[in-house]
Design a binder for this molecule. Structure first.
Ligand SMILES: NC(=O)c1ccc[n+]([C@@H]2O[C@H](COP(=O)([O-])OP(=O)(O)OC[C@H]3O[C@@H](n4cnc5c(N)ncnc54)[C@H](O)[C@@H]3O)[C@@H](O)[C@H]2O)c1
Length: 255
């Protein structure tokens, strides 16, 4: 087979959820530079639309969807197939973090909000995408987003978020086994601390400093430093990687 360093994504359809967020926007931008056609999905139309001017190339589309509304998923996938030509890859980033000061402050509503968004919606949108990829033939790529919390379990008020991300790691492995025979790969990326609204909003500066100190690279990540790995996992170069959790934490954890 002739060797190419390109991603092999020219003209392919890619859906990015949470694409108006800190990392999602960079992921959408990175995909657009490969020549892929990107469907930008986020909760608000205005936010989704704001990503389009940042994208190279053409054929991109911005769609508002609340992914906790599971009944919208099939329509979303259909739109991606119709408007992008096909759906080759899904990068599913949409998630929420509700940081509480202590585990005792966590409410049932906090649990439902984070698990419904981060885990339940993830399962159903990934399954809907995988079904489309199987039906299309030709394989596909699903990239999920976990967090270092999948490994550490979080602490105190962030245990629920960590549990949702632990679920993502397990689910990713299970979907990888399920859809492997169809050449649909399913992998998770696990960012360490990245400079986005999710991390920075309400973060105690002392906690940020201690996390930075515990990171061998001595800093937190910029969102674009996560995006390249997502493109790699969607690219031809990663075609034999599935069920993996790729740790992008500057050495904060090593696995
Ligand atoms: N920033 C970090 O340090 C960090 C660390 C580890 C993991 N992550 C993970 O990376 C991913 C991206 O995080 P980020 O830091 O860019 O966060 P962010 O808050 O900047 O972006 C998340 C995006 O998801 C969207 N979203 C949330 N709920 C949604 C819903 N129900 N339907 C549709 N869209 C919804 C939000 O509107 C937002 O634009 C998340 O899965 C997050 O858990 C982030």
């Amino acid at each position: 087979m002739p060797w190419s360093v390109g991603a092999g994504l020219e003209g392919k359809g890619v859906m990015v959820t949470g694409a108006a967020g800190g990392i999602g926007r960079e992921v959408a931008k990175a995909f657009a530079t490969t020549g892929a056609r990107v469907m930008v999905v986020d909760r608000e139309q205005k936010a989704a639309d704001s990503v389009l001017p940042d994208l190279d190339g053409r054929g991109h589309v911005a769609v508002a969807a609340d992914l906790t509304n599971l009944s919208a998923h099939d329509g979303l996938i259909r739109r991606a197939r119709d408007e992008l030509g096909s759906l080759y890859a899904l990068a599913h980033l949409a998630a929420v973090l509700r940081r509480r000061k202590s585990v005792d402050e966590v409410t049932e509503e906090d649990w439902d909000f984070q698990i419904d968004t981060n885990l339940k919606a993830a399962f159903f949108i990934c399954r809907a995408a995988a079904r489309a990829m199987v039906e299309q033939g030709g394989g596909g790529r699903i990239i999920t987003f976990t967090s270092q919390g999948w490994w550490t379990g979080g602490f105190g008020g962030s245990v629920v978020y960590a549990a949702s991300k632990g679920g993502i790691t397990s689910m990713t492995r299970g979907l990888a086994r399920t859809y492997g025979p169809h050449q649909v790969t399913v992998n998770a990326v696990s960012p360490g601390q990245a400079r986005t609204p999710m991390l920075m909003d309400g973060l105690d500066p002392a906690v940020l400093e201690s996390m930075t100190k515990a990171t061998p690279l001595g800093r937190i990540a910029e969102p674009e430093e996560i995006a390249g790995t997502v493109v790699f996992l969607a690219s031809d170069h990663a075609r034999f990687i599935t069920g993996a959790t790729i740790n992008i934490s500057g050495g904060f954890l090593m696995y």
